[in-house]
Design a protein around this ligand. Structure first.
Ligand code: CA
Length: 224
């Protein structure tokens, strides 16, 4: 799916030029021409990245950035500006911008930074698996059903991680044994059933709907 980039720039010709370049790179691009509109669009459309001009009518780019961060919005922000003083850079970064590009900039440099920031957020995203109201964080090893934190043992976590890595894909019992237990597997073929039962108890503790389903004679699948 194409990344969605929100460009907030009041210089119409520059905005049009950058928008065309971004679109030709395959990004889905939206444009706002003042700070208020930019802030509104950022909140409503949840872009994957923002390119934000500093000097904007209505609300400055730095102020837009500060307000987004104040409400916990973590969208990567590249700030564009004609300012080139160290104190300005610091102010921009203090407001929560991730990067800073001084006008006039080369479009190649802007595109390279866009790619770098998108790559970084996508890497973070791979650590978080999500399906319906269930989420699993591979780095913190936290599991949530909605807002409810779920404590899992190491093996339960590994089993859920495997099923959650490809929702709707049916895994055979052999695949699960090999991937989750590997050499730890002591020959008890009921082990999967036992662990699936534990997982279901924990995931459905508040009568949440079942996500781990048995595919009779084959194995298991995570689906609605
Ligand atoms: Ca401007």
């Amino acid at each position: 799916m194409a990344a969605h980039i929100l460009l907030v720039e009041d210089e119409v010709k520059l905005a049009r030029f950058v928008e065309l370049e971004l679109s030709s790179e395959g990004y889905h691009t939206s444009v706002a021409h003042d700070g208020i509109e930019g802030l509104t669009l950022a909140r409503e459309s949840s872009p994957d990245l923002m390119i934000l001009d500093w000097m904007l009518p209505g609300l400055s780019g730095v102020e837009v950035c500060r307000r987004l961060r104040a409400t916990g919005n973590k969208v990567p922000v590249i700030l564009l500006t004609a300012k080139d003083e160290v104190s300005d850079r610091v102010a921009g970064l203090d407001a929560g911008a991730d990067d800073y590009l001084v006008k006039p900039f080369s479009i190649e440099e802007l595109l390279a930074r866009v790619r770098a920031h998108l790559r970084r957020t996508q890497e973070v995203d791979r650590d978080v698996l999500q399906f319906e109201d269930l989420s699993l964080n591979r780095r913190t090893r936290e599991v949530f059903r909605g807002k409810r934190a779920i404590e899992l043992t190491a093996k339960e976590f590994d089993l859920l991680d495997y099923l959650l890595s490809h929702p709707r894909q049916v895994y055979t019992r052999d695949q699960i044994l090999e991937r989750v237990w590997g050499y730890d597997f002591g020959g008890d073929s009921n082990i999967i059933e036992v662990y699936v039962r534990y997982l279901r108890l924990k995931l459905e503790e508040n009568n949440e709907k079942r996500l781990i389903h048995t595919v009779r004679g084959v194995g298991y699948v995570l689906r609605e």
